[in-house]
Ligand binder design. Sequence first.
Ligand SMILES: C[S@@+](CC[C@H](N)C(=O)[O-])C[C@H]1O[C@@H](n2cnc3c(N)ncnc32)[C@H](O)[C@@H]1O
Length: 243
Amino acid sequence: MSNNLRESEAKAVLKSLESSYCPEPIKEARERQDQILIERFQGHPYVIADIGCGTGYHASIFAPACLLYHGFELSPHIAKIAQERWHKEGLKNAELFLGDATQAEPQESFYDLVFCLYFTPGNFREPSTDLSLYTDAYLDQNPSFTAVFSKFYRALKLGGLMFLTIYKDVPEAEEAQIDFYEHTDQHVVTPRGLRFVATAENFWSARWTQESLFSNLQVCGVPENAVTFHDLNHIAWLVEIRK
Ligand SMILES: C[S@@+](CC[C@H](N)C(=O)[O-])C[C@H]1O[C@@H](n2cnc3c(N)ncnc32)[C@H](O)[C@@H]1O
């Protein structure tokens, strides 16, 4: 994907992350995601990876007590915002790995926790402006998703946990996605009814069935019985994977 497309995508992401507007079901899902993770993991000395860490706000929550917080982020501009934030907060154990997470080389059996939050698992895809690439078959075995989660599943310690926040493939989730993107200056270019929404600004976000997640995770070596779906609300799951 050209740098221009990546930059346009990053601008769109940043606008949505910084927008005061957020559709109620998305806001509620995010709050519940954080509530669950905070109750279980805040204040403990874990080694944590955050894939697609964005502007770094989860490090602000977990890094003060954790051993290491590794944020993986594609956009140089967004990564810089995260680094400045961590510097300002004196978080010396938070480190930023800039680049595409499909190319990351995390150490094997290193992390206690791997986070991929706020619908980021649905953003991984092979770069293309040709939206016909993203068929249901593609979404059921998305090479970018499986590249990322194969590596990070290997990078989990035995007994470690991975958390993924994903949209359910229901019309209410699609409505919320469209509402969010259109209220943050984007232009939706996909017809309703596909399992992803794309915008002219090159943002791309998939929704999931449990079967499509299982079929992707199988490629990553994750057995079905390692996976628990926590209902965040009618549009979202927080998926827990135990190694
Ligand atoms: C929806 S935002 C979520 C940010 C953050 N996790 C949060 O909860 O606020 C997704 C983030 O993942 C990043 N991202 C998308 N694709 C990526 C990739 N292939 N590798 C690394 N980061 C990526 C985006 O730049 C963006 O900052």
